[in-house]
Design a protein around this ligand. Structure first.
Ligand SMILES: [Zn+2]
Length: 185
């Protein structure tokens, strides 16, 4: 559009335009609707900017900004701890699952007949209906007492581990320096 006059507007608002340049701008603006609208908008913006620059800053601005920054920092720390806690628990579950699968695989290679019985019991279970109860009975029978105990032990160990981990994360959360900052704001 009228780049020359846009530049003149900017110079005029910055106080860098010569009087004859300002006259030229005003003369153009009276005849150009597009530049007139832009000039009005720019002048309004400039007035608002000047007013904002002269408005007194709140007395405790620095204090507020510092508190806000500290809170943001604490939030970052909190999410870091939460993230690492989740990562650790995920690794624990992965480790326990791998151990369980390994033990089951070991048991399976030593007890191929039981595995076959287990698979047929599972198939019976999946076929559902009247076979379901019989399937559960076969399943329980095919599992030796020791294997059942091992499975239960693994489950209990996993649950205990996760509970301990959760307690640890919760205990840490009370020591997070960020909590006292956000609580005392
Ligand atoms: Zn124009």
């Amino acid at each position: 559009m009228h780049t020359e006059y846009t530049l003149l507007m900017s110079m005029a608002l910055d106080g860098e335009a010569a009087p004859d340049e300002i006259r030229r701008l005003e003369a153009h603006v009276t005849g150009c609707a597009g530049c007139a609208a832009m000039w009005t908008r720019w002048q309004a913006l400039d007035r608002r900017f000047v007013a904002a620059a002269w408005a007194p800053a709140p007395a405790n601005l620095a204090e507020k900004v510092t508190a806000r920054l500290a809170e943001r920092e604490a939030q970052k720390r909190r999410s870091f701890w939460l993230g690492s806690g989740l990562l650790v628990s995920w690794f624990a579950v992965l480790l326990v699952s791998a151990a369980a699968i390994g033990l089951l695989a070991l048991w399976g290679t030593n007890h191929p007949k039981e595995v076959a019985a287990l698979l047929s019991a599972l198939a019976q279970l999946l076929s559902g209906g009247s076979h379901a109860l019989r399937g559960i009975g076969t399943l329980a029978g095919s599992f030796g007492g020791a294997t059942a105990a091992l499975g239960f032990g693994l489950l209990i160990a996993l649950t205990g581990w996760l509970a301990l981990l959760w307690a640890w994360v919760m205990g840490r959360s009370r020591q997070w320096p960020g909590l006292s900052v956000s609580a005392g704001k």
